[in-house]
Design a protein around this ligand. Structure first.
Ligand code: NDP
Length: 278
């Protein structure tokens, strides 16, 4: 594992690099190049999903890098249409084949999809796949407290993470207060707000960036790290891959952290967890 990126310990005992690369909306024919660039910069953690339709490209980059498997941390996710008791196994096997891997480090239920109402069965299927060694740690994504409670009623296995939308305008304090005391780490998707709002307009952000001679995205990513959140910004550009990785040579102070906290507006830029029933 590269020495600059801090690691957190999951409730499974495995360790996860706190900074990685997300590959949502990276086209299949660009995925190999982007992941190769990221590995060159020093990234070792890739956040993928079956529905991103680029697992083969990611897998080719991993294979050709020559980097030892145990230095990599690879996540992929179970798509809604594959939920239930039986479908997760072939879905994971297909992801593994595309990625060219024997196991993934982390497998997530992508959305609770409450209208399908299959996430409890899916969770039990993931437990089995974990027991068989096809995945090291299992977790969830876009789960609200009621979904976490329901899993806890039916299973003693606590999700290693809950991956949710989280950025300065949506800080998820309430949800984090529910999940983190239970041992569920928080992963941030859309950590830069998916470029859907102007970072310059976040009050005080530019001043913090100037103070530390850093860019606005670097300040935001540093804030995630200091919050104890796992983060994997997406970019297809090598310069930005480097920029997003250079967040370990400065530290936000208490007043910076307080100013960041005050940016919370409870503003989603993506789909509400209960609406992701595709
Ligand atoms: P991000 O918040 O990472 O934002 C990505 C956008 O920011 C892109 O438009 C990118 O543009 C731009 N960007 C990245 N770095 C910089 C920079 N340094 N300066 C300026 N612009 C920048 O959004 P994502 O939705 O991609 O979230 C990250 C990851 O989270 C995803 O890739 C995916 O792995 C995961 N995710 C999970 C979801 C879930 O339901 N579980 C939902 C959504 C995302 P460009 O590429 O042109 O550089």
């Amino acid at each position: 594992m590269t020495s600059t990126v801090p690691e957190l310990t999951l409730n499974s005992g495995y360790r996860i690099p706190q900074l990685g690369l997300g590959v949502f909306l990276v086209p299949q024919d660009e995925a190999q190049r982007v992941v190769t660039d990221a590995l060159e910069v020093g990234y070792r953690h890739i956040d993928n999903a079956a529905v991103y339709r680029n697992e083969e490209g990611v897998g080719r980059a991993l294979a050709e890098s020559g980097i030892a498997r145990d230095e990599l941390f690879i996540t992929t996710k179970l798509w809604n249409t594959e939920q239930g008791s039986d479908a997760p196994r072939p879905a994971l096997e297909e992801s593994l084949e595309k990625l060219g891997l024997d196991y993934v480090d982390l497998y997530l239920i992508h959305w609770p999809a409450p209208q399908r109402d299959l996430y409890v069965e899916s969770w039990q299927a993931l437990e089995q796949l974990r027991d068989e060694g096809l995945v090291r740690s299992i977790g969830v994504s876009n789960f609200e407290p009621e979904h976490l409670d329901r899993l806890a009623e039916h299973s003693s296995v606590i999700p290693a993470v809950n991956q949710v939308e989280l950025h300065p305008a949506l800080q998820q304090r309430e949800l984090r207060g529910v999940q983190e005391p239970r041992g569920i780490l928080t992963e941030a998707w859309g950590p830069l707000g998916q470029a859907k709002y102007a970072l310059e307009e976040m009050p005080g952000l530019s001043e913090i960036a100037t103070k530390h001679s850093k860019t606005l995205p670097q300040v935001i990513l540093r804030w995630h790290i200091q919050e104890g959140v796992i983060v994997f910004p997406k970019t297809t550009k090598k310069e930005r891959l480097k920029e997003n990785f250079e967040v370990f040579d400065f530290e936000l102070d208490a007043s910076d952290m307080a100013a960041m906290k005050a940016m919370d507006q409870g503003m989603r830029v993506g789909t509400h967890p209960n609406e992701g029933n595709w």
